[in-house]
Design a protein around this ligand. Sequence first.
Ligand SMILES: [Zn+2]
Length: 386
Amino acid sequence: MPHDQPIDPPFNDLTGQDRVAQFLTAVIRSGTPAHAYLFAGPLGSGKTEATRAFAQALLCEQGGGDACDTCLRVAHATHPDFHIVPPLGAAGYLAEQIQEIIASAQKAPVRAHRKVYLLTRGDLLSGHAANALLKTLEEPPTDTVFVLMARNRDAVLETLVSRCQVLPFRRIPEDEAIALVVAKTGAAPEDARIALAATGGSVFYAEQFTRSEERRNLRIATLEVLEQLVHADDASVLDSAKLLIVKMRAPLDVVKMEQQRQLEQSRDFLSAGNLSRLETQLRRELTSRERETIGEILDVSSAWIRDLMVLQMPMSSERPVNVDFLTNIKKLAEHMPLDSCVRALDAVSEARRQIQYNVSLQLALEVMLFSLRKELTDTRGPAPSE
Ligand SMILES: [Zn+2]
């Protein structure tokens, strides 16, 4: 990795990853990118941000980093030569998904002079899907760049890793992440911390969260549901799950409107085939945004439970996150044993697993809320009064 090299746009926005930014700058300056990269680093280390910036630099005539049409389309994931490919199978990529990629990689780019394929979960490539991709990586089309993302390099098949240039992303410490969100959004440090807790610690998503009133409202609705659970009967637990599903729609409606606008704009220059491909891509994007949104409900729930735990450990250097809900969290913490908190955290993880395996969102939420109520009411003393 180069040291202390200048960083060109669009990489000067890469939060806390100077070495990655320097490396990508050098790649773009060289004009000869490799055919495959593996971006490896923990959740929240800025991999998504980096892939977008890299795709902009690879596809934009001006090298990316400005507000030109190409860069905007890449940022919104609607550029016809920037393909974001999440795994469609419950256990990972399907062989036909990779076949589809390979067939499209053989074709000429639509608007730019290259194509970029982003496989968002390089760790979920195995079996036939991995074999098919391997063959392509051995003899890649010259105008194609593949980027694989993974939280952990070791979770990716070694045969794939060996054909990629590996870029390690470092874990960004919480204080640094808070400072970055504050600098980018002007939010108060406490609010930046709340945003990070609601988005699994990702600076990129925390920024978006801070700017979205709909998503901040969803957090508040989630916390209100959680703090009322202790007094809820079965019917109101079911109503709460329904309410959260309804509240989820607001941020997703924003995404849908934005997609509609992008489709309208694309009609004038995309062929029917490419337009329908874009529609498929947008539908997938919407599904993945739906999962992200429910992921936020789960992240907010975990953060709330951890707050209950932090308050029971006065010697801990940790501070509670949800300072705006602290009065009730304190009351509940007095009555909730630590092992109940641990089981409550497990219930949230279980909901995450269920959703990954395509259990309906509402059912997964219902099961989780019932489990949480059980842990909250299984107290060591009388339930706190209102
Ligand atoms: Zn541009």
